[in-house]
Design a protein around this ligand. Structure first.
Ligand code: 5AD
Ligand code: SF4
Length: 447
């Protein structure tokens, strides 16, 4: 390690990211800005001159991980007082959090929020000149800042944010408080970014937003999400388009039609249900009933043959009775999800659900969680089985993680496929015959 430190010329940075794709994308922007300043990426924290923690606060355990990791940085800072430590992301947007962090971890040099992350280079310069920590958290979101350089993780597929923030205020969720109100990027800016990615060889784009179905409502002139999808579908040499996240209350027929008609839009929808109980959905402020959600699922399945559907489900929301939970189980069995992110309800300060009286006991929450995971795993395995013997399109992303003799990629429906094939196919679309289905992935051979 010593030798490496002597040899290195450029300053190195290391970013640790917790949370959702939005945070991943923010980290890619931080990385892009730093590379522009001459920094290079460190392989491990220990080699870095600058460490950034991009935090998440959607559930309590995401926060606990940040505290644990910050504690571990104290020793590194003692060994190398020149090391700069920055903390950013959603946690910073919580009231008084930045002050609490600096009190508990006084060795942190820079704290900034989600709304002003694009100003990070400025804060970095300041901390190098001033002998005190820089704390810059804004309550209000700035307008959308275009043109921030992005250093992307993959050369094959990219995330493109189409809108920021959320207006929904589901009663359990902290996101609207830390990410601000909905703001849409202009369609021209989105198209330009995608065209630029395609010219660099990217094949697949995932459009990101907390609630993509309300895209464009704030624009002048208004643009619907379906219109945006149809415009993006026209971009030459782009192969695949995905998007997330859709809110069931806003997923309109024109979006379903666009998916069924546009060749680049993949047959995959992430449609968080959160609960199968209409009573709980009301307490969660979700604005749909179990029946309306199921009707939507049938509409989607009818319009888009072989569509894959995934979801998010929370167990143990305040007041969830055994009957409510069984409604969730019955819904999951009926939908037959391809996959689901399952969560144990976590109390978040400042949200209405945290104030609700009938909080659920931890053992009950864990028991329900395990029962739900069993149902989800069974449908995932069943859905994957349907692929055995089929020949499908796979976009090759790289070498397989568990076996470097194999390649890995994804189907249009988002299934992870490990397969034997030609290493020259990385970055390309190939045909793969599926020979075996596991619970969470498919196995095959390139043909
Ligand atoms: N507790 C548990 N899960 C939550 N989610 C959001 N807030 C909470 C919370 N307080 C889940 C929802 C959402 C996903 C991103 O995180 O299911 O769709
Ligand atoms: Fe949170 Fe609901 Fe907005 Fe999703 S739609 S980010 S769950 S408030």
């Amino acid at each position: 390690m010593k030798e490496l430190q002597i040899k290195k010329k450029n300053k190195q940075f290391f970013i640790e990211t917790w949370g959702c794709q939005m945070n991943e994308e923010d980290s890619e922007k931080l990385s892009g800005m730093l590379k522009k300043q001459g920094y290079t990426k460190a392989l491990v924290r220990e080699y870095a001159d600058l460490i950034i923690f991009n935090t998440c606060c959607v559930r309590e355990n995401a926060e606990l991980k940040v505290y644990g990791n910050l504690g571990a940085l104290k020793k590194l800072k003692e060994k190398n007082p020149e090391l700069i430590i920055a903390v950013c992301g959603c946690m910073m947007q919580q009231k008084d959090m930045a002050e609490a962090i600096i009190k508990r971890f006084p060795f942190v040099d820079i704290l900034f929020g989600t709304h002003n992350a694009y100003k990070f280079p400025e804060y970095l310069n300041r901390v190098k000149q001033e002998a005190k920590s820089v704390i810059e958290v804004q309550d209000k979101e700035d307008g959308i800042v275009e043109g921030v350089p992005i250093d992307r993780e993959s050369d094959v597929k990219a995330f493109v944010t189409i809108m920021y923030g959320c207006n929904n205020f589901c009663t359990y969720c902290i996101v609207p408080y830390v990410r601000g109100r909905e703001r849409s990027r202009k369609p021209e800016d989105i198209e330009k970014e995608i065209e630029d990615l395609v010219s660099k060889g990217y094949k697949e784009i995932t459009l990101l937003g907390q609630n993509v179905n309300s895209y464009g409502k704030d624009l002048e002139p208004k643009v619907t999400f379906a219109e945006l999808l149809r415009r993006i579908n026209k971009i030459e040499n782009l192969e695949r388009v995905r998007f997330m996240t859709s809110h069931p209350k806003d997923l309109t027929d024109d979006v379903i039609e666009a998916i069924s008609e546009c060749d680049k839009l993949c047959e995959y929808i992430h449609l968080p249900v959160q609960s199968g109980s209409t009573n709980l959905l009301k307490k969660m402020n979700r604005n749909y009933t179990k029946e309306q959600y199921l009707d939507l699922i049938y509409k989607i399945k009818k319009a888009i043959p072989d569509v894959a559907i995934s979801t998010d489900i929370i167990v143990g929301f305040p007041g969830e009775t055994e009957e409510d939970f069984e409604e969730t189980l019955s819904l999951a069995k009926e939908v037959q999800y391809d996959s689901a992110f399952t969560f144990i309800y976590s109390r978040r300060k400042g949200t209405p659900a945290d104030e609700m009286e009938d909080q659920i006991d931890d053992t009950v929450k864990h028991d329900r969680f395990n029962r739900l995971v069993e149902v989800i795993n069974a449908s995932s395995a069943q859905k994957n089985k349907e692929y055995e013997g089929k020949i499908i399109d796979v976009l090759v992303e790289g070498l397989s993680k568990n076996d470097e003799a194999k390649l890995m990629g994804r189907s249009r429906t988002g299934k992870l496929v490990n397969f034997t094939g030609d290493k020259g196919s990385i970055g390309k679309l190939v045909n793969v015959k599926i020979t075996k289905a596991n619970s969470f992935s498919l196995v095959g051979e390139q043909i």
